[in-house]
Design a protein around this ligand. Structure first.
Ligand code: ZN
Length: 198
């Protein structure tokens, strides 16, 4: 029956995969919908119970919450509250937190998807930093710093950043506004990144 065949292609609704949190090694454990934002409670999927110092097994002590701005879904900011386990080594007493580097850069306030959204919003959609900060529900400085750091990381740390760039134009009117110059450079990078993916 055609309807049954079509239905068979659907998987069970799943916030974790819908919000692409599986890519970040996170699992959604709860949701809280507030008037102007959605908050998703998450936990880190991969255990991290082996001591980095002596290799003995750690015992879970407690959890700490790490808040991350994720990409906005449904035109509403999406905030992650990630429960991160803390372990104490049963051998040497060393204490550590569960590894969250797949979810976000160390000390970052944005998830990797949130950061990606911010960069694409600036480069592809030409959104202002003010608008990006609103979309992420973070302070202007937080959005600005994150985008600049990520742009710097992919531009300056990539030795092939000028590959395929035939003309580098410097406009004296642009040079006076560093944000515009930065935007021009990232756009070039984006073009290269897309070419590489194709
Ligand atoms: Zn240890």
């Amino acid at each position: 029956m055609p309807v049954a065949a079509a239905r068979a292609r659907f998987a069970r609704p799943d916030l974790t995969t819908f919000c692409r949190l599986d890519e970040l090694d996170l699992v959604v454990t709860g949701q809280r919908l507030e008037p102007d934002r959605a908050v998703l409670a998450c936990r880190v999927l991969t255990p991290d119970e082996w001591c980095r110092r002596c290799g003995a097994e750690g015992a879970a002590r407690d959890t700490v919450i790490r808040r991350l701005a994720h990409e906005p879904l449904g035109w509403r900011p999406t905030v992650l509250e990630v429960a991160v386990r803390r372990y104490r080594c049963t051998g040497c007493g060393h204490v550590w937190r569960q590894d969250t580097t797949r979810a976000a850069e160390p000390r970052s306030k944005l998830s990797r998807r949130g950061l990606r959204w911010a960069l694409e919003a600036l480069v592809v959609q030409h959104l202002t930093v003010t608008r990006i900060a609103e979309g992420l529900d973070v302070a202007w400085d937080t959005a600005n710093d994150a985008v600049l750091a990520e742009g710097r990381r992919v531009l300056i740390d990539d030795p092939a950043r000028f590959d395929g760039v035939r003309v580098i134009g410097v406009d004296e009117h642009v040079v006076r506004h560093e944000a515009l110059l930065f935007r021009m450079e990232v756009r070039d990078l984006h073009r290269l990144a897309v070419a590489a993916a194709g």
